[in-house]
Design a protein around this ligand. Structure first.
Ligand code: IPM
Ligand code: MN
Length: 367
């Protein structure tokens, strides 16, 4: 497998480095051949080439089997217009790769329950899979402009029926393999685009009699996610609502640093943790590599079709958390039985747990 690696800015390189380490471990243990190619994106790409998405990066990504991305964004570029910022590189690569369904799981880990400001009895057992539409809506709709002369600015939230139908199918297919419920989120009481969204999702829902469909308005959904997170299985929504609600749902897990994502449906799948570049902690060993490591697991699941290895990584992460190890974002004072570790150490612990679990499954085969 050819994997293009776009480490990007801030903590992107350090967490991506650890995700690659885990993928190499899986390759060694399973006898797979993974080739990694490092490429520039974001602020570092602007500094070195003048463009947030250099042509060489784009071409190499299109020729790869999967793209693993760290994070983009650097305060140095805050005064630039949206089309020149590091984030523009990210939006361009998303568009070029063509993946329209961004899967963002948000899971309540038992051993992290005190990390959530929500009570354990509320979060316990919560397991939500957001399906965020990634190529439409306000992020890409035309026209868009800030007219400094008239003091007016506008963006366009635009969807076609087909764009809604294709992402809805992904949500229903996934729900059919989970707890068989799709919650579609919109603002159909105000926006025409949401009325189209709701109609198209309802149409797709009729093809899946085994899956329950409910519609929620985005404002009350923001509240329901906090009040009753266990009520949700697959949550389907448009680009901006999905951006906002998936960050909100990190509260269930306890830290944004834990959340992975996969973007599927296009020519090449794109894998990126949900967190940003966090320039304030870059290089301090405080970054949580688990979001990137769990992202690597999603890559194994959705691109390499190595479900068992993906599940082994996820189980190893749980084991390390259960043993009390915490990166700075997860550390809560002097909790008994807990130990604060660096980015590097956390990754090494996951690596060890993975080795152990694979050794054990091999010796079980031998028996
Ligand atoms: C995300 C990020 C991006 C987004 C930014 C960095 C462009 O917030 O992946 O959630 O808004 O999609
Ligand atoms: Mn976001």
């Amino acid at each position: 497998m050819k994997i293009a690696v776009l480490a990007g800015d801030g903590i992107g390189p350090e967490v991506t480095h650890e995700a690659i380490g885990i993928l190499r471990a899986v390759a060694d243990l399973g006898g797979y051949d993974f080739r990694f190619q490092q490429l520039l994106i974001g602020g570092i790409a602007i500094t070195e080439t003048g463009s947030p998405l250099p042509r060489a990066t784009l071409d190499a990504c299109l020729e790869s089997d999967a793209v693993l991305l760290g994070a983009v964004g650097d305060n140095k570029f805050n005064s630039l217009s949206p089309d020149k910022r590091p984030e523009a590189g990210l939006l361009q690569i998303r568009q070029a790769l063509g993946g329209y369904a961004n899967l963002r799981p948000s899971v309540a880990y038992k051993s992290l329950s005190i990390n959530s400001p929500l009570r354990a009895e509320v979060t316990e057992g919560a397991d939500i899979l957001f399906v965020r539409e990634l190529l439409g809506g306000l992020y890409f709709g035309q026209p868009r402009q800030w007219d400094r002369e008239t003091g007016e600015a506008w963006n366009t939230m635009r969807y076609t029926r087909d764009e809604v139908v294709r992402v809805a199918r992904v949500a229903f297919d996934l729900a059919a393999k989970r707890r068989k419920k799709v919650t579609s989120v919109d603002k159909a009481n105000v926006l025409e685009v949401s009325q189209l969204w709701r109609a198209a999702v309802t149409e797709v829902g009729a093809e899946y009699p085994g899956v329950t469909l409910e519609h929620q308005l985005v404002d009350s959904m923001a509240m329901h996610i906090m009040n009753t997170p266990r009520n949700f299985d697959v949550v389907l929504t448009e680009n901006l609502f999905g951006d906002i609600l998936s960050d909100e749902a990190a509260v269930i897990t306890g830290s944004l640093g834990m959340l992975p994502s996969a973007t599927i449906g296009g020519a090449v799948n794109l894998y990126e943790p949900v967190h940003g570049s966090a320039p304030d902690i870059a290089g301090t060993g405080k970054a949580n590599p688990l979001g990137a490591i769990l992202t690597a697991a999603m890559l194994l699941r959705h691109s390499a079709k190595l479900e068992q290895d993906a599940a082994a990584i996820e189980a190893s992460v749980i084991k390390v958390l259960d043993a009390g190890y915490r990166t700075a974002d997860l550390a809560r004072g002097n909790q008994p039985g807990q130990q604060t570790v660096t980015t590097r150490e956390m990754a090494r612990l996951v690596h060890n747990a993975l080795n152990e679990s694979i050794d054990r499954s091999q010796s079980m085969h031998a028996v």
